[in-house]
Design a binder for this molecule. Sequence first.
Ligand code: PMP
Length: 381
Amino acid sequence: MYLDYNATAPLRPEALKATYDALQAVGNASSIHHHGRDAASRVDLARRQLADLLKCSPGELIFTSGATEANNLALQAAYVQRGLIITSAVEHPAVLETARALSGEASDALITLPVDSEGQIDTDWLMATVRQHGAVLVSIMLANNETGVITDLAPIVEAAHAVGALVHTDATQYVGRLPLDLAALDVDLLSLSAHKFGGPQGVGALFLRRGTPLPQRPLVYGGGHERGWRAGTLNVPGIAGLGAAAEAAHQQLNNEASRVTKLRDLLEEELLAQLPGIHINGARAPRLPGVSSITFPGAPADAVLSSMPDVAASDGSACSAGAPSPSHVLLAMGLSREAADSTIRFSLGYATTEQEMRRAIDATVRAVTHVQALMDATSNP
Ligand code: PMP
């Protein structure tokens, strides 16, 4: 039972086919002969497919190696010009660590705003901070990778633009899961990654709105690919897979979102009914359809997960897995270290079935009950 879509989603069949076809063809998208033109046309198609999903223009997309690179590219270019980044405590490390490195953590170069117990940023506070500092860079994620909590960005963008600030959003977990309309949501920069919506790993994009007054500051210099923003021979198979995944996600978006929400609700209702005392993080905030972050008091997540090897879920963010520290997102929401360590993130997606969900519910109830009993026995021998 694969319930770790926020770490990476299974490759969609359409993406597999497009990637495979491109791998079989020969051609550098920069070459002028017909092989090169064939590669370039796969890239052009993918750019259009992604632009259709986001409702932007294909010329506003820069292909990268993923969202980590897109975040680095956006923050670096904007920081060079703006000198101050305002962000939130629950951002992905690809934003937080980049902002820390660029700013040297100087308080006049980086402001990291807290969130409330539901994982939501205080929009009034954020807007007041932006107004106070003027033409800076605001980088706030659209949806959180650990809790699925969604940010209401529109008023933030409006307040930021009113004082000349730029807005970047890390939309890695949102793209392909809920409709996004960049013609309406006026962010300047947006990062995404193919492998979260059924494309291959190692490819993503930065959206840079046409006319955004930013100096061109690539991370990778070279042959001027991607209009000078990101040099290097294009990853044609990866980009083709990204495009096909974007198109498939686009076609299924509304159906998948409502089907996955129902499955997530089933998981939460059943676990709440069968395991008293559990807590769903961010449950009162708007959330992505398929994400559920659940704290099981008295049941450390690593022990629970190893008692149910058939359920592939995650303790904390998979992106920082391996690090012994508890989730910075859950701590920022006010959870104790112990509660954060007893939290599992289930993330479902387009291919999750009801049968899988029901089996995962049973396995989780058994594993949590087992671990709680063991912990009780150890503390009261
Ligand atoms: N931002 C968020 C919110 C993410 O969830 C992830 C992936 N875990 C990233 C950025 C990094 O994406 P990538 O794997 O493409 O570098």
